[in-house]
Design a protein around this ligand. Structure first.
Ligand code: AMP
Length: 193
């Protein structure tokens, strides 16, 4: 693993623990000599993780769609700012550049980004680990939704292993380092291979 992509809320959330753990994650990424790839913003938990990585002399690559976000949103101290055409190109670049993905708590943008990475893992488009930093049990409802979809026959049971989960940044990264993709199963119950 060389680069870790972090998806995170563009808001800080209303409990200090979200920012604290985002900072721990940024610090740990830098101290482990991983490069941070993220959306390039200076606000919210996105800004917190980037600031912490930069404070600990980490390399931080921000990927921003040209013109989509107002200029003052862009983090002024990035190691590298990559301007891309649109959100699709941004996610494609994030996927190409990164060796693992982590979602901090966030909103719809964060959900969309991390779920695309998991569903593409399921389809075998990539084999990279996807982790949820489950601060304060933030991701429990999403995990319950996945379990419900397994029970209802929409997700093969072993695909729950696509999601690596921990509430501690150090332990989560350790798990990502040892990740083995779940064995291939027939995803479509109506089709025999
Ligand atoms: P949300 O969880 O809805 O706050 O959205 C966060 C995710 O959407 C981030 O991982 C970004 O990729 C993208 N995003 C949302 N707002 C911004 C912003 N102001 N600057 C850069 N990226 C953003």
């Amino acid at each position: 693993m060389k680069r870790i992509c972090v998806f995170a809320g563009s808001n800080p959330g209303n409990e200090p623990i979200y920012r604290e753990v985002a900072e721990q994650l940024g610090k740990h990424i830098a101290q482990m000599d991983y490069e941070l790839v993220y959306g390039g913003s200076r606000i919210g938990l996105m800004g917190s993780v980037a600031n912490a990585a930069l404070q600990h002399k980490g390399t931080v690559i921000g990927i921003m769609p040209t013109g989509l976000f107002a200029g003052e949103m862009v983090h002024p101290d990035l190691t590298k700012l990559m301007e891309v055409k649109d959100m699709h190109e941004r996610k494609a670049q994030m996927r190409e550049l990164s060796d693992a993905f982590i979602a901090l708590p966030g909103g719809l943008g964060t959900f969309e980004e991390i779920l695309e990475m998991v569903s593409w893992g399921q389809l075998g488009i990539h084999q990279k680990p996807v982790g949820l930093l489950n601060i304060n049990g933030f991701y429990e409802p999403l995990l319950a939704m996945v379990e419900q979809a397994i029970q209802a026959g929409f997700i093969p049971a072993n695909q729950r292993e696509l999601l690596v989960i921990d509430n501690d940044p150090t332990k989560l990264i350790e798990k990502l380092q040892h990740y083995q993709p779940p064995s291939k199963v027939n995803k479509w119950s109506e089709l025999t291979d």
